[in-house]
Design a protein around this ligand. Structure first.
Ligand SMILES: *[C@@H]1O[C@H](CO)[C@@H](O)[C@H](O)[C@H]1NC(C)=O
Ligand SMILES: *[C@@H]1O[C@H](CO)[C@@H](O)[C@H](O)[C@H]1NC(C)=O
Ligand SMILES: *[C@@H]1O[C@H](CO)[C@@H](O)[C@H](O)[C@H]1NC(C)=O
Ligand SMILES: [Zn+2]
Length: 500
């Protein structure tokens, strides 16, 4: 037993020993941010009062007829194109029958045998801290369906109620090929999907609110075996971090059973990730495949796309995360910069807008990733609510590069702009911050400092040349930070080294 426990820890540490390979497939549900639900005109907003946004259609009352919201099709086509899928120009909706308390109609409107998009892929850049590299993950299908309501359980567990606000909210279900091999690859795939729906504006992609929900299938097989191992479904993954940890735990659990010759104990089941204990536990064993008795939804017409419609959407697609990363890379930025800037749509827009004003890419990236990022983190602000504008950042960088102000003054101005806004030109003028680049003026300051520090001058000339830094600091102080550092040092050296 002690050996088993040790092995288990060992397996967890190594994530996956080299004799085995994990196979992971991911099913993602993305809630679309349409103004109204899929088949009625009720709006949906997360967290609103239970049952405050329902009508006979989304309540599933008898005789109520669904009317398709055309935005659902538009968003599905957008995502299908962005995922490099083939679109079905003639698809349909189907009824998936099952009984559940939050499903008022007793069936879900979904798409069965003809999904609106299929056979695509998603490109991902794995962050450097996880080994880096570019990965392509296959997309099996994307289909449209409606969400169910939500059960609310009383704290003491003696009462459950249903809230139908979410019933009928449009979803896209995205099914991946089983192309991921570890927790990081899976969570990076999911993070890329989140970026994609945010770039496209089809969903807020918020995991905490359930706008993006991922379930995964994990199986393990000995390397070289082509047959898949028994797969286990893992649910309750509320963040990318928990997704990655849950998968790595599940892989270790299955590898341990394999290595002990107990792979028959891996059964097809659904397991829950327990955040508290950092492990997966059995939720339910499979009762055999459910028969959903799918049939075409009789109350809705077929979904026919025209080439013009698809072309119009294709032509309006924004630059997608993968294209952005490749463009940033071509500018000569390192992968760390590329990922930082492109991962957040708003930061990428700010960066692009600053470049559009003529600033140098590497310099802009440095300012955003160091001082601006630190400020946002400290103040808990996003780039959309800082007072600095791309125009002013470009102006600031230009002013330093052009020698109008020193880098040190530039930083001071930056913090003023971040906190209070305003313009670089005004601040330079108002505070009299223009860099001193007049040699005569700098020489005067150097002379003053040398005259005031005879002891240090003596030490310097006696061989303690490290004191140059001290002198430079003093002169900078006298200039109130405005002396041109290059000029200052040049004049200072001449003066210090000249025999008086
Ligand atoms: C449930 O529990 C609450 C508080 O403990 C109590 O007031 C209520 O009557 C209980 N309801 C039922 C249906 O048992
Ligand atoms: C919401 O509406 C449904 C359908 O009328 C009802 O069954 C349910 O009890 C309501 N839920 C709440 C919390 O009032
Ligand atoms: C896992 O596999 C089962 C059986 O093929 C399938 O029904 C289910 O949708 C899959 N789930 C995920 C999350 O991929
Ligand atoms: Zn409704």
């Amino acid at each position: 037993m002690a050996y088993n426990a040790l092995y288990f820890i060992f397996a967890l540490l190594l994530k996956i020993p080299k004799d085995y390979e994990a196979v992971i497939g991911i099913e993602t549900h993305v809630q679309l941010s349409t103004l109204t639900k899929a088949f009625c005109s009720c709006p949906y907003s997360y967290g609103s009062f239970p049952n405050s946004s329902i009508c006979p259609v989304c309540m599933g009352l008898p005789g109520a007829l669904p009317v398709l919201n055309s935005k659902v099709i538009e968003f599905a086509v957008k995502l299908g194109l962005a995922l490099n899928c083939n679109l079905a120009f003639n698809s349909k909706f189907d009824r998936k029958q099952y009984f559940y308390p939050d499903l008022p109609k007793g069936y879900q409107i979904s798409q069965f045998d003809v999904p609106i998009a299929a056979a695509g892929f998603l490109d991902v850049d794995i962050p450097l801290e996880f080994g880096g590299g570019h990965k392509r993950f296959g997309i099996t299908r994307v289909h449209m369906e409606e969400d169910a309501g939500k059960l609310m359980h009383a704290e003491n567990g003696n009462l459950s109620q249903v809230d139908l606000n979410r019933a009928g909210v449009p979803l896209l279900e995205i099914v991946s090929e089983p192309d991921m091999r570890n927790g990081i690859e899976a969570s990076e795939y999911a993070a890329e999907l989140q970026r994609l729906v945010r770039y496209l504006g089809v969903s807020n992609g918020n995991m905490q609110e359930g706008s993006l929900r991922c379930d995964v299938n994990v199986s393990v097989r000995p390397i070289g075996q082509s047959k898949f191992g028994t797969k286990v479904e893992v649910k309750n993954l509320n963040s990318f971090a928990s997704m990655s940890r849950a998968i790595d735990f599940e892989i270790s659990r299955q590898v341990l059973l394999h290595s002990q010759g107990q792979e028959d104990q891996i059964v097809q089941e659904t397991r829950l990730w327990e955040e508290g204990s950092q492990r997966t536990i059995t939720m339910r064993k499979k009762e055999g495949l459910a028969d959903y008795r799918y049939f075409p939804e009789p109350d809705l017409p077929s979904v026919i796309l025209s080439q013009e419609y698809v072309d119009a959407i294709q032509n309006c697609l924004p630059e997608l995360p993968e294209e952005k990363r490749r463009r940033y890379e071509k500018m000569g930025l390192g992968m760390q910069d590329v990922l930082f800037l492109a991962n957040d749509k708003n930061i990428a827009e700010f960066f692009d807008a600053t470049l559009a004003k003529g600033a140098d890419a590497k310099l802009v990236a440095n300012w955003i990733m160091s001082d601006i990022a630190a400020f946002m983190k400290n103040e808990k602000l996003t780039i959309n609510n800082i007072k600095l504008t791309p125009e002013e950042l470009s102006e600031l960088i230009g002013s330093i590069k052009g020698g109008i102000i020193s880098g040190k003054i530039g930083k001071e101005i930056l913090f003023e702009l971040l906190a209070k806004g305003g313009s670089v030109k005004e601040l330079i003028e108002k505070k009299d911050l223009v860099q001193i680049a007049d040699p005569v003026e700098i020489e005067k300051m150097v002379d003053k400092v040398i005259a005031e520090n005879p002891k240090q001058v003596e030490q310097y000339r006696g061989g303690k040349t490290k004191l140059q830094g001290f002198f430079a600091g003093q002169v900078m102080k006298v200039s109130k930070g405005k002396a041109n550092p290059g000029l200052l040092n040049k004049i200072l050296l001449v003066k210090l080294n000249s025999k008086s």
